[in-house]
Design a protein around this ligand. Structure first.
Ligand SMILES: [Zn+2]
Ligand SMILES: [Zn+2]
Ligand SMILES: [Zn+2]
Length: 146
């Protein structure tokens, strides 16, 4: 049996994994998930496909402080922004009408057209914030260490 692995097949595999997650994930995470699912796809192929799809606007990307790029296929194809938990990767899609208004007005002030922008907010989701508070409280207990 001859198995033809064309570009489109690999993209279908990648999109399948992305549709199954609500979080932004790295190319490595995606590659690991594909391998777990029995795919023989290579990491370099995953990187290239993700970059192509992001460039075509099929995927959303965010860049962490470390420079690592995370990918997600968003439910909403319209322009929107993200709140991303830097600890667990949980993502909320948010609209920012004030930001859009400000962007248009500041561009108009300077005569800029064909405007584009990206804005992602990184923080701790309520669950991770709770866990951090709990961990700090434990550490603050005298004699807790040991
Ligand atoms: Zn999104
Ligand atoms: Zn979190
Ligand atoms: Zn915006």
């Amino acid at each position: 049996m001859v198995v033809q692995r064309r570009n489109t097949t690999q993209r279908t595999e990648i999109l399948h994994v992305l549709r199954g997650t609500d979080e932004f994930i790295t190319a490595q995470d995606l590659h690991a998930a594909l391998r777990t699912g029995g795919s023989g796809i290579g990491l370099a192929t995953v990187y290239r496909a993700l970059q192509d799809m992001a460039g075509a606007g099929d995927l959303d990307t965010v860049r962490k402080d470390s420079g690592e790029v995370l990918y997600r296929q968003c439910a909403d194809s319209r322009h929107h922004h993200h709140l991303v938990c830097r600890h667990c990767g949980r993502t909320e899609e948010v609209e920012a009408p004030n930001v859009e208004k400000w962007a248009r007005s500041v561009a108009a002030d300077h005569g800029f057209v064909d405007l584009d922008h990206e804005l992602e907010l990184f923080g701790l989701c309520p669950q991770c914030a709770d866990e951090r508070t709990a961990a700090r409280n434990d550490a603050a207990q005298p004699g807790a260490a040991g």
